[in-house]
Design a protein around this ligand. Structure first.
Ligand code: AMP
Ligand code: MG
Length: 310
């Protein structure tokens, strides 16, 4: 692995100056900046071409620093103990005396927060005296980045530094749960709704359909590879690539596979990088085999359905 303490120091130097950098997380790469600095946060929106009414997720390394910005409740404490650090984002009430830049939340009173698990990111957060706003490191509505090279492909020389933490272990964005009222899932993600339900032991609502007030994770056109994508396919379209969920002995040139044996964790981990590779090879379309709609498969299908609306 290419990282060490000097890379973390370098990352900190850029962040302290108010720059945006690429950071690795266990879900997907983030485009990070000081969440207390409006100047730094505005750069994220500009780089991603993200509409200003789409709030950002803020990342913390510990509860003590979170409590400076948010009010916590029982449901949060239960889920935090069980799943954090990890692929779960909580929407909580913002404290009146919080220092979070108003640009992070577009004047809302709630803040989405997460405790990332990637060692390098955790290590970096521990060295900072501010939390990091970090949406996924991709141009709005395009494929998320799961490797440092993807981040480079998205932003080129427009960002000064990418902290390389290898390929993301999960490969899909976090699950978002709103805890400001009745617990409500806002985005399916790397953590199953069943696990959350079992821990809270009460009814969980879902609100993942696109709304009038556009939020990127809920947008119908999100996660697009930039070429037509067809789901539940048995063969490729003309000039297209075919993405299988299980390795086959004999494989044609335009056939790719996501896992050795239909393993959903492996499929999730390889999904975005496979789609990116196919697009870069110049195929005109991507056909993908049916993905079992259970566990992580639900999140994968959610992303593919949105990507196929392109
Ligand atoms: P990403 O750009 O991939 O990090 O996606 C962040 C997701 O979190 C988007 O779907 C946002 O709409 C959602 N989000 C961020 N902040 C909030 C918030 N305060 N309330 C509800 N959703 C939020
Ligand atoms: Mg995103």
């Amino acid at each position: 692995m290419k990282y060490n303490q000097s890379n973390i120091k370098k990352a900190k130097k850029y962040l302290d100056k108010g720059d945006c950098i690429g950071v690795p997380t266990e879900t997907v790469y983030g485009l990070a900046a000081n969440a207390y600095s409006s100047l730094a946060v505005k750069k994220i929106f500009k780089l991603k071409k993200r509409p200003h009414n789409n709030p950002l997720i803020v990342h913390y390394s510990n509860i003590k620093s979170l409590k400076k910005d948010c009010l916590i409740n029982n449901s949060f404490t239960k889920l935090y103990k069980k799943f954090s650090p990890g692929p779960i984002t909580f929407v909580l009430k913002l404290r009146k005396d919080s220092k979070i830049s108003k640009y992070v939340i577009n004047k809302q009173k709630n803040l989405a927060i997460r405790f990332p698990k990637h060692n390098l990111f955790k290590n970096l957060l521990n060295k900072l005296d501010y939390p990091l706003a970090a949406p996924s490191a991709n141009i709005s509505n395009k494929l998320s980045s799961v490797m440092a090279s993807d981040v480079k492909e998205e932003f080129g020389t427009k960002i000064k530094y990418i902290l390389d933490g290898g390929k993301c272990k999960i490969g899909l964005e976090s699950t978002i749960i709103d805890l400001t009222n009745k617990p409500t899932i806002l985005r399916l993600g790397g953590l199953g709704v069943k696990e959350i339900q079992n821990t809270l032991n009460k009814k969980i609502y879902t609100s993942i359909k696109p709304k009038k007030k556009i939020m990127p994770g809920q947008s119908l056109f999100h996660y697009s590879p930039g070429i037509p994508l067809k789901t539940n396919m048995k063969k490729p379209l003309i000039d297209g690539a075919f993405l299988l969920i299980k390795e086959r002995k004999t494989i044609l040139n335009n056939y790719y596979y996501l896992s050795k044996n239909k393993n959903l964790d492996e499929i999730a981990k390889n999904l975005y990088s496979c789609l990116r590779k196919m697009k870069n090879k110049g195929y005109k379309s991507i056909a993908i085999e049916k993905i079992p709609n259970k566990g992580l498969g639900k999140t994968i299908n959610d992303r593919l359905n949105r990507a196929s609306k392109y």
